[in-house]
Design a protein around this ligand. Structure first.
Ligand SMILES: NC(=O)c1ccc[n+]([C@@H]2O[C@H](COP(=O)([O-])OP(=O)(O)OC[C@H]3O[C@@H](n4cnc5c(N)ncnc54)[C@H](O)[C@@H]3O)[C@@H](O)[C@H]2O)c1
Length: 362
């Protein structure tokens, strides 16, 4: 029998995530921060990092490896920089705090650079860079994560998918680069498996270190490939960028790093992730940043495409297209498997299930 496609409106998803997090002991404000983050991920089309991830955050709270009540604390500070201890709180609670602090500093000094340790998985990196871009700053953030990516030539995973994001405001426009530094995020392989689809070559290795297109073999080995894939296609560049992210995230802050970070899938210890948040005030440099960036983006988009049906895009455009579709439809389309898992979770926690409507099959 074909699986159903279900539709849920954004406010309802927000309500559901907040209820779930509250039911496991999260203060309302922190639960709401989590709901905003997950809804934004699904809205932007990063379904691997939205509702799909909720059970993992819940598990971390239930098994005591994340403290949902914790609030971050500044432990060291100079004019433009600060070191923050996330106190093992929820990723979005720490992330929002740090980017807000970076912006406060940037207002005074032109730039704010916050290094955080003792933190947890913070979802889509773009959430934090856009928080700054929405206030007129160039926002930059990166995070280390559980070691699921093999440095080039390695049989074994030793770095995370280490996301990095840069968001810059343009006149009536924006540039939002938001990416894993592995070729694909792990969640994308999970989604492929749930849809019974192969993964592209260059995404992941099997347990022998060979590239595989089989999502089961990939998830069994838990070993992604760096951005760029094999050596012939410059996977060493992805490896370098993933290590760079960890220098700014784990090494700088004193958090765990590289292979010393726990595996998120069967976590019994705290993650102690490291993250970096930068806000840059463009008005401290040449005038009319937003106008010139807007012109630059337009020039790139106007280039003649190879395929007339596939116009040239800039970072952030695919997400804008997805958001337009979601807004037109009025909500997010989910696979039946995820809705079933959410119904089970709601039953366990004795809360109202996610109200969704069947809109077809997939
Ligand atoms: N917190 C974590 O541990 C973690 C780890 C990995 C990834 N993530 C998140 O997962 C999400 C997905 O990451 P990803 O690397 O799979 O993203 P992706 O490959 O879908 O997109 C990466 C970037 O490329 C841009 N892009 C995509 N197609 C394009 C095109 N045709 N032309 C121009 N630009 C294009 C997108 O706008 C985006 O900025 C991100 O939000 C990331 O932050 C989080």
């Amino acid at each position: 029998m074909a699986a159903k496609k279900l539709f849920a409106p954004l406010p309802e998803i927000c309500r559901f995530v907040t209820d779930v997090m509250t039911a496991v002991g999260t203060p309302a404000e922190h639960a709401y921060a989590m709901s905003e983050l997950l809804v934004a991920a699904d809205y932007r089309g990063h379904l691997s990092h939205g509702l799909n991830r909720l059970s993992m955050y819940v598990e971390d709270v239930r098994n005591g490896t994340t403290d949902p009540c914790a609030t971050p604390e500044v432990i060291k500070e100079k004019s433009a920089v600060a070191l923050v201890d996330g106190k093992n709180g929820l990723g979005p609670v720490v992330g929002n705090f740090c980017m807000d602090l970076a912006m406060e500093k940037a207002k005074e000094t032109g730039v704010g650079w916050i290094s955080a340790r003792g933190t947890n998985h913070y979802g889509i990196a773009g959430w934090y860079s856009m928080r700054a871009a929405n206030q007129g700053f160039v926002g930059i953030t990166c995070s280390n994560t559980s070691p699921v990516t093999a440095p080039l030539r390695s049989k074994k995973a030793a770095v995370g998918t280490n996301p990095i994001s840069v968001a810059a405001p343009a006149k009536n426009d924006s540039f939002v680069l938001d990416m894993a530094t592995s070729t694909a995020a792990l969640g994308k392989i999970e989604l492929k498996r749930s849809r019974n689809e192969d993964i592209p070559l260059g995404w992941a290795q099997d347990i022998d270190g060979n590239m595989t297109t089989n999502p089961d073999k990939a998830l069994l080995a838990n070993c992604l490939m760096p951005l760029g894939g094999a050596e012939e296609t410059s996977g060493y560049k992805g490896t370098g960028i993933a290590l760079m992210v960890d220098i700014f995230s784990g090494i700088l802050s004193g958090a765990n790093y590289g292979p010393f970070i726990r595996n998120w899938k069967n976590a019994s210890e705290k993650a102690n992730l490291g993250q970096c948040f930068i806000a840059l005030d463009p008005s401290a440099f040449a005038p009319c940043f937003e106008e010139r960036l807007s012109n630059f983006l337009d020039v790139i988009r106007a280039l003649e495409p190879v395929d007339p049906n596939k116009p040239v895009l800039v970072a952030g455009d695919p997400e804008k297209i997805h958001m337009k579709e979601v807004s037109y439809r009025g909500g997010i389309l989910y696979h039946q498997g995820l809705i079933d898992a959410m119904s089970k979770l709601a039953e366990e926690l004795n809360i109202c299930p996610l109200r969704s409507t069947v809109v077809g099959t997939c």
